[in-house]
Every structure is written in structure tokens, then in C-alpha cells.
Write a new protein. Structure first.
Length: 365
């Protein structure tokens, strides 16, 4: 099974996270992308744990509810996977065509994947010539446990859906950023440097950071290509549990307080959350920097449900010393006010970066 679809066909992007099912369907024309359908349906707690389906009945029902909410007839789906069931590595192999590499990818994967090759789905993408060795090329190797994908496909099929593309969350995030153009490198500094006839750093790295209910997807980009990816288990659910404990309330009440009355939360709880979050992200940045000291990360681009937390960009900027910005795909996607509540969708935009990136797979050439 291919992890990345190369067929050009309409698909819905469905992001199945620990807290909700988020569905996006788009149309595309010369004018750009336009929203066609959207749904956001909460999941019962522990229905999905560390990207593993625990309660398939609850997930299937939530999918049916999402389809009803979206009012869409499309049944082809692009799905994202992440976490410790997915291995993503850049490897170096002797220069070959894609066809030639296809026949030997299992041998290459066996050297790099810590799972039995029979138990995983494999895919790869050729990046280009290895910088220090022109006789070799860099290849992104992706392996995902079969049982994880098979479980997701089962609940999708029970809801009458057909999986046509399985992607990785970090790549869907990258696709959304590139396709919508919600981030372009700031050219002000470059123009100033050129005017002064000084050296211009065109290889500046930036980090795409999607912070969800219980996982952080990190994709560090340099020169338009992936330089480092990592998933870490930490997120908004940790904050909800801390609120629940500090205020002696139910989990659902704590979740409501987080979303609707953030200023009422015990300041010590918020401080602890931001401290832990910055530490988690900082560890990945340090790990990247250990091998890429000459290309430090210069900007953090935030998305995911936690990107809706007030002042999260300011907090991470101050704690990590790197400029942070919250991304919103609907800055550059048309939303018809006749069909949707445009303001509501714009407000929830940062949490929809992954399903937006998935929905765009249907327009890949």
C-alpha cells in the first residue's frame, strides 16, 4: 500500500485526533482554494489513545456525525498518521531512478526501521542529490505499522468512506503551509542585506509546530525541504487535566473553562503548562541544532488546537527566544458567507491546518 496517493481525485481531509474528528473538503480553481464542506465533531475521552483506536464504535459514530454535519457526498478520504507508530527518516542511497528504488526499498528500510518489515507499510520520496556525495541521493523513507492504518481504515469503511491517501501529519502540515501561502520568508532583512552588499542567509530554517490534544507534530524546513521531523506526546489534554485537578472540577468542565474562560484558570496551572510545552519543543529544537548548528531555527509557525490558547505565540517567543507566529489557512482560502459562518471558521482556522493539507492532496499533480 502506498502511503502517499499520486492520483488526482477529490478527497476529504480527515484528521482523527484524541479529542475530535475534523473534516475539510475544498474546491480549487484559478482563483485559488475555496471551502466546500467542514465538520468538527468531538470524540469521547480515550476513544483514541496515542493514535490507536480504542473505541471503534464511538469513532465510527463520530465519523457519521461529521458527514452529516458537513453535508457532503464525497466518500474518498485522505487520512493522516503520526506518533510512535510512524518512522520518518532521510537516508542516503546510491543514485537510482524511482522505478529502480521501488524494487530495493524493502532492503534499504530493513537497515533503518526498528519494526519487522512485514508489519509495516512503506513509502519513499526522492529529495535529490546528496550534497557531499554526488553518487548518492537523499530519500525520505516512511514506515507505518500496518495495524494502525488498518484500524483507521476499518472505522472509516464502517462509516462508508474509502481511504485513497494515507499521509503523515507533518507532511500534511507542510502541504497546507506551501499551498495556502500563509507563510513566506520575510524578505525585508534579505533586501536590507543585499543593499548593504553583505552575505544573505537564504537557508534560514523555520519550524512548523502543530500542537494538538496530546501530540506535537514538528517539521523543521530549510531551503524548502524537510530537515527534521519529530512527534512528541504532549498537548492541550495535559492542560485540561491540570485545570481539572487544580479547580476540582470534571474533565468536561475543565475543557470548557480552557476554551471559554481562560482568564479564570489558576495562573500557576497556566505557567506550568507553558513551561512544560516550551521544554518539550525546546528539546526537539536542541536535537535538530546539534546536527545543524549553522542553520538555526529562526521562526516558529504554530497551529493545532493549542494555537487557539491566548498569547501562546508570545509565551513561546519569550521562553524559547525565537519569533513565533500562529498560522491560519483561512487567511488564503475563500469561505462563502452564504454557506458558512465565515467568522467562526476563521476563528478555528489554526486547528485545521492538518485536515486542510490533507484535503489539498486531491489536487496534487
Amino acid at each position: 500500500m502506498k502511503l502517499f496517493s499520486r492520483k488526482k481525485e477529490p478527497v476529504m481531509g480527515i484528521d482523527i485526533s484524541a479529542s475530535a474528528i475534523k473534516l475539510i473538503e475544498l474546491t480549487h480553481s484559478k482563483k485559488g482554494y475555496e471551502l466546500k464542506a467542514i465538520a468538527n465533531v468531538p470524540l469521547p475521552r480515550d476513544a483514541i489513545v496515542e493514535n490507536t483506536v480504542i473505541d471503534s464504535i464511538a469513532v465510527s459514530q463520530a465519523l457519521l456525525d461529521a458527514l452529516e454535519q458537513a453535508q457532503t457526498s464525497t466518500r474518498n478520504v485522505a487520512l493522516a498518521v503520526s506518533g510512535n507508530a510512524v518512522i520518518i527518516k532521510v537516508i542516503q542511497v546510491p543514485t537510482a531512478t524511482e522505478f529502480e528504488l521501488e524494487s530495493q526499498i524493502e532492503f534499504e528500510a530493513d537497515q533503518h526501521v526498528p519494526f519487522d518489515i512485514e508489519d509495516v507499510y512503506l513509502d519513499f520520496q526522492i529529495l535529490g542529490e546528496t550534497e557531499e556525495d554526488p553518487e548518492h541521493m537523499d530519500v525520505v523513507l516512511v514506515a507505518c505499522k500496518r495495524e494502525i492504518i488498518d484500524d483507521y481504515q476499518l472505522v472509516l469503511s464502517e462509516a462508508g468512506l474509502q481511504t485513497t491517501c494515507v499521509d503523515c501529519s507533518v507532511f500534511a502540515l507542510e502541504n497546507a503551509v506551501e499551498e495556502t501561502g500563509v507563510f513566506t520568508q520575510d524578505t525585508t532583512a534579505v533586501d536590507a542585506a543585499e543593499a548593504m552588499d553583505t552575505e544573505v542567509d537564504e537557508s534560514a530554517a523555520y519550524a512548523l509546530i502543530n500542537i494538538g490534544a496530546n501530540i506535537i507534530n514538528i517539521n523543521i524546513m530549510r531551503d524548502g525541504q524537510m530537515a527534521f521531523v519529530r512527534d512528541q506526546f504532549y498537548g492541550g489534554q495535559n492542560l485540561t487535566e491540570a485545570i481539572q485537578k487544580a479547580h476540582a472540577i470534571s474533565f468536561s468542565a475543565a475543557e470548557k473553562m480552557k476554551k471559554e474562560n481562560f482568564s479564570d484558570i489558576d495562573p500557576n496551572v497556566i505557567e506550568e503548562f507553558f513551561s512544560n510545552l516550551s521544554s518539550e519543543i525546546g528539546r526537539s529544537l536542541d536535537f535538530y541544532g546539534a546536527n545543524n548548528a549553522e542553520y538555526p531555527v529562526q521562526k516558529l509557525l504554530l497551529s493545532g488546537g493549542c494555537a487557539l490558547i491566548p498569547d501562546i505565540d508570545v509565551e513561546l517567543d519569550q521562553r524559547l527566544g525565537i519569533e513565533a507566529k500562529v498560522l491560519n489557512p483561512f487567511d488564503n482560502i475563500t469561505v462563502s458567507p452564504k454557506k458558512f459562518d465565515a467568522e467562526e471558521i476563521k476563528a478555528m482556522g489554526p486547528m485545521l491546518m492538518v485536515p486542510v493539507g490533507l484535503a489539498m492532496r486531491g489536487f496534487d499533480s
